[in-house]
Design a binder for this molecule. Structure first.
Ligand code: PMV
Length: 326
């Protein structure tokens, strides 16, 4: 392999039916399927160059050398590609998020989706969407959902071959908006890779896993029918169930801050009084408030009035991971 370079762009995503817990922590085969929407305003732009002159992999994040932990994770991922191609060159990886780092918005989904496409292309592979999604899953489970466009379902499967995500509706199918209310910019104490293995220690995880197929069905139908009421109900239920599992695992994970709860109460009241909105929360304190694009100004104004809300970033449904260089 001579020096080869490729650049890719990918969106982050927000799950409506959540992924928490693996059947296989190494291959990241999830305990349940999940459904998400790509976030068009939150993207990662990554260039990978395999270079015969390098003696190890290098990683820069937003122009700065990365931590050794982040580099190790990227290197382990690149090793999968080197094994697949049988060519063992090291790479220079440069990755930039268009959203401010340290806002507490997870970037691993967009990061590993963009890395999968850029690195596989730079290594001379041409992967179909399903293969790319499977590869991205190995870097970060939720990254497999950032490969296809719009509204996406990750079919849990049972092994490396049959666990991947597919688009269930294109970005323009439903004019939803996700307004992330940022209440803390601190690095979370337990990241999701360390959190997934704890799920099984919760007495509630088994119940959650049993109920998820039903939630997937309701959420998929609600999206296809653009039925906001049904969508809001199942999205909040599934979020609460995941956080109940987190709060009851050993050790317990409590990601919410006081402002998280203030937003939950506000969103429930707004919906009761006629505004179509609902909330969902990942492994952190920030709240994703989902509504209709026509209500974006009203949602952001109301969120900005809640004490503790530091910043609000809104996204419409985003497209598929794509090449930025050809
Ligand atoms: O892909 P990971 O390992 O960062 O896990 C993501 C976990 C959640 O964000 C909490 C839920 C989800 O489905 O995205």
């Amino acid at each position: 392999m001579s020096d080869r370079s490729a650049t890719a762009i990918s969106c982050s995503n927000i799950a409506f039916i959540k992924y928490w817990g693996n059947r296989d922590n190494v291959c990241r085969i999830p305990a349940t399927g999940s459904i998400s929407m790509n976030l068009g305003s939150l993207t990662t732009h990554t260039t990978v160059t395999f270079d015969a002159a390098l003696t190890r992999d290098h990683l820069t994040l937003n122009g700065n050398p990365s931590s050794s932990q982040a580099l190790q994770r990227v290197s382990d991922f690149l090793a999968l590609i080197r094994k697949r191609t049988g060519q063992f060159l090291f790479a220079q990886v440069s990755s930039e998020n268009n959203f401010p780092m340290g806002t507490g918005i997870a970037s691993s989904a967009s990061a590993f989706a963009a890395l999968s496409l850029a690195a596989s292309t730079a290594a001379g592979l041409t992967l179909e969407e399903v293969e790319l999604s499977r590869l991205a899953r190995r870097g970060s489970g939720s990254a497999c959902r950032s490969i296809p466009a719009g509204f996406v379902e990750w079919r849990a499967g049972h092994n490396d071959d049959d666990s991947y995500a597919v688009s269930i509706a294109p970005p323009d199918h439903w004019n939803l908006i996700d307004c992330v209310a940022i209440v803390s910019q601190e690095h979370k104490s337990t990241g999701s890779s360390d959190g997934h293995p704890l799920a099984e220690s919760s007495p509630l995880q088994q119940t959650r896993v049993q109920q998820t197929p039903q939630h997937l069905e309701i959420c998929r139908e609600a999206i296809l029918q653009r039925d906001f009421d049904a969508f809001a109900k199942v999205t909040e239920l599934d979020c609460n169930l995941m956080h109940a599992v987190m709060m009851t695992s050993n050790p317990a994970l409590l990601y919410w801050q006081p402002a998280t709860l203030s937003i939950i109460h506000a969103v429930r009241a707004w919906r009761q009084f006629g505004l179509p909105v609902c909330y969902t929360i990942d492994a952190g304190p920030n709240v994703h408030v989902i509504g209709l694009q026509k209500d974006q100004d009203q949602i952001t104004k109301r969120l900005a009035d809640i004490p503790g809300v530091q910043k609000i970033i809104c996204s419409s449904p985003g497209g598929a991971a794509h090449r930025a260089d050809g």
